[in-house]
Design a protein around this ligand. Structure first.
Ligand SMILES: [Zn+2]
Ligand SMILES: [Zn+2]
Length: 144
């Protein structure tokens, strides 16, 4: 868990990115709020930096995603979400009712999902699996 500004700065430098206050603020927000959508990231960044334009935050998220510091995923029917847990090809379970999202480790071992039963000659580097269902809160709530 990266929680200090210093660590975040090191991550940026490690990815050969210039350290700027918006980048530090956005990356920190993504670490502290896994699976947050852009709007809530903007809200957190504004608490930190004051007024920041949507476009500035979008731009930073795009740069961080391209650099591999942030993973972007988009469950169907939902807006894009961002998280700092990158590189392990984990999956997500999404609640159909309230949209709650949790991480799910790969079903077996490290990244077996990357071994497609037939890769059709493609060089596969990511398998995106989304499990859908009801979260504990929704599955126990009385239906109306
Ligand atoms: Zn739910
Ligand atoms: Zn995740």
């Amino acid at each position: 868990m990266v929680s200090t500004t210093l660590d975040v700065e090191q991550l940026l430098r490690g990815a050969a990115l210039r350290v700027t206050r918006p980048r530090v603020a956005v990356l920190t927000a993504v670490y502290e709020h896994p699976h947050a959508e852009t709007d809530s990231i903007i809200g957190v960044v504004r608490e930190d930096l004051g007024e920041v334009s949507h476009q500035a935050v979008y731009d930073v998220l795009r740069v961080l995603t391209a650099a591999g510091l942030v993973r972007r995923f988009e469950p169907s029917g939902s807006v894009a979400r961002y998280e700092s847990r990158v590189g392990d090809n984990h999956h997500h379970v999404v609640c159909r009712l309230c949209g709650a999202i949790e991480d799910v480790d790969c079903a077996v071992g490290d990244t077996p999902c990357l071994t497609a039963s037939d890769d059709n000659g493609f060089a596969i580097d990511e398998a995106e699996v989304v499990y859908w269902g009801l979260c504990p809160t929704c599955s126990t709530a009385p239906s109306s």
